[in-house]
Design a protein around this ligand. Structure first.
Ligand code: ZN
Length: 312
């Protein structure tokens, strides 16, 4: 029984239209689900993915309109590391982000930058044999596209405290300056850095949690393992697109274990993922109240292959 790497990463935005512009236009990801936060259905939960909405490339945002900028501190993820296919792709993104006035920094062949709200990303050339997870986009050629998560880095003042849970309960294996969590099909990395002096502020531009991928069959067993390791997971919560448990690992990072199915095509056809507001059945009765209150968003179809120019 192994976790199949990162399932999704969830962060916070205070500005959903700008968030859609950055991730669906500039970064070339596909908006694969536009739905609401199931714990607060008056706000968006936006999911960006590859063409199929696969676990392994799924960056999601809760929208708290107007939220002030936060900052990562002890016990929080501070950097999302992505795979690209080649050094040429790193150069492509340096140019493309530069053209958007996004500051970039090259570090050991990798490219670091922040989204408009300060969330830090790093692109690196993929060294795994995992299948690339790619979204189609009118301006980003396939060979330059983001290919999925490589891993995340968190701040911890007591990384040793997390070792037993990560290694014994969750099957993480020491690799590089952190760990690799790898299943039959995919793997991801997880590592800690020393925290800054200032405490973190969970707000816009910060990561809320990281989810690791479990098969549907193993999900309950993972929960029991986490309990035996001394963590306190939630009950299994049905998120409609997947099932989830949540717990804080000893360094303070909020972990989720999410099932690989049923996935985003459970309520929309693959060709039209994310084009309309999706509400799980338990929330459908709120549509008339919720839909008019949500922030209007750009039409992402303009950045999809086969898009018809809007003329003007
Ligand atoms: Zn989640």
């Amino acid at each position: 029984m192994q976790l199949e790497g990162i399932h999704h990463i969830t962060a916070i935005t205070g500005d959903a239209p700008r968030n859609v512009d950055f991730y669906a236009r500039v970064m070339g990801l596909r908006l694969v689900k536009k739905t609401v936060n199931q714990d607060d259905p008056t706000i968006y939960h936006l999911f960006y993915g590859d063409e199929e909405g696969d676990p392994g490339l799924d960056l999601t945002f809760f929208e708290y309109p107007g939220a002030s900028p936060g900052r990562a501190g002890d016990g929080m993820i501070h950097r999302i590391v992505w795979r690209v296919g080649s050094a040429d792709a790193v150069g492509f993104w340096a140019d493309r982000l530069g053209g958007e006035d996004v500051a970039t920094e090259r570090v050991d062949g990798r490219l670091r930058f922040r989204d408009p709200e300060g969330l830090e990303h790093e692109l690196r050339v993929d060294e795994s044999d995992d299948d690339p997870l790619i979204a189609e986009h009118v301006e980003v050629p396939r060979e330059m596209a983001l290919e999925g998560f490589d891993g995340v880095r968190a701040y911890s003042s007591q990384p040793e405290a997390s070792k037993a849970l990560l290694e014994q309960a969750l099957g993480f294996r020491g690799a590089g300056d952190g760990w690799e969590v790898r299943g039959e099909r995919r793997g991801s990395t997880y590592a800690y850095d020393s925290p800054p002096a200032e405490p973190g502020v969970q707000s816009a531009g910060t990561v809320h949690h990281v989810a690791f991928a479990s098969s549907v069959e193993d999900h309950e067993t993972w929960r029991e393992r986490v309990i035996r390791a001394g963590a306190r997971p939630t009950p299994v919560i049905d998120r409609f697109y997947f099932r989830s448990i949540y717990f804080r690992e000893p360094s303070g990072v909020l972990f989720e274990l999410a099932t690989i199915g049923p996935g985003f095509t459970v309520d929309e056809p693959l060709e039209h993922l994310g084009e309309h507001l999706s509400l799980p059945p338990a929330f459908e009765h709120l549509r008339d109240q919720v839909e008019p209150r949500l922030t209007p968003l750009p039409d992402v179809r303009q950045w999809r292959p086969g898009a018809v120019p809007s003329g003007g």
